[in-house]
Design a protein around this ligand. Structure first.
Ligand SMILES: [Zn+2]
Length: 207
C-alpha cells in the first residue's frame, strides 16, 4: 500500500473513477486562479507556485487514493483477556472543508472497546488521516472514522470525538478566530450505556 501511495510529483492519478488528470493540467488551473485573483503567474515569485500547489494538493487529498479500512485488515486476536477501553487521544490532523477547500485543523480522540480483536494503535490514526485527506465536513469525517472501526473490528463500542477549527470561519466570512467545533459519534455500548459513555468521555478528558 505504501508503495502505491508513493507517487512521484509527475505521476497522474486516477481516483473516484475519473480519467487520470496530468499534473500539467492542474498547474494550468492554478495559473488561471492566480490570474483571476489579480496577480501575474509569470512573475518570478510565482513561477514555481503552480507545481508546488499541485504537489500540495496531492498530499492534502491523498486519501482519495486509499481505502482507510485497509489499515484495520490486520488484527490481533490474542489480547490476554484485555477487555477495557483502548483510546488514542489528541491525534492531530488536517483536513479541508468541502465548501471552501479551506483547512480544517484539529485533533481527534478515538476509542473502542474490543470484542475479540484489536489493531496496532497507530492504525487508528491512519484511518483518521485516510478520511481527513479528502474534502470533508467535520460531521462526516467523525462518522466515517467511527463506522470504519465498527465495520472492521466489530467492537463492543466505538467513540470518536473531533475538535477542530475551520479556516473558512476564522480567515474569511465572519472572521471568528479560535472557535472550536466539536463533533462526536458514539456507537454500541458508548451510545446505549450511560456509564460507559461517561467513562470514555472522562478518559478523553471531556467528562
Ligand atoms: Zn468551509
Amino acid at each position: 500500500m505504501d508503495d502505491f501511495l508513493d507517487d512521484g510529483p509527475e505521476r497522474s492519478v486516477q481516483a473516484m473513477g475519473h480519467e487520470p488528470i496530468p499534473q500539467a493540467r492542474a498547474e494550468d488551473a492554478v495559473r488561471e486562479l492566480l490570474r483571476w485573483a489579480g496577480d501575474d503567474p509569470e512573475r518570478e515569485g510565482l513561477l514555481d507556485t503552480p507545481a508546488r500547489v499541485a504537489r500540495a494538493f496531492r498530499e492534502y487529498f491523498r486519501g482519495y487514493l486509499e481505502d482507510p479500512g485497509i489499515h484495520l485488515s490486520r488484527t490481533f486476536g490474542e489480547v490476554g483477556g484485555y477487555d477495557e477501553i483502548v483510546l488514542l487521544k489528541d491525534i492531530p490532523f488536517q483536513s479541508h472543508c468541502e465548501h471552501h477547500m479551506a483547512p480544517i485543523i484539529g485533533k481527534a480522540h478515538i476509542a473502542y472497546l474490543p470484542r475479540d480483536r484489536v489493531v496496532g494503535i497507530s492504525k487508528l490514526a491512519r484511518v483518521l488521516h485516510g478520511y481527513a485527506r479528502r474534502l470533508q465536513v467535520q460531521e462526516r469525517l467523525t462518522a466515517e472514522v467511527a463506522d470504519c472501526i465498527q465495520h472492521h473490528l466489530d467492537p463492543v463500542g466505538v467513540a470518536v470525538v473531533i475538535e477542530a477549527t475551520h479556516a473558512c470561519m476564522s480567515a474569511r466570512g465572519v472572521m471568528t478566530a479560535g472557535v472550536v467545533m466539536t463533533t462526536s459519534r458514539m456507537m454500541g455500548v458508548f451510545r446505549d450505556d450511560d456509564r460507559s459513555r461517561k467513562e470514555v468521555l472522562a478518559l478523553m478528558g471531556r467528562g
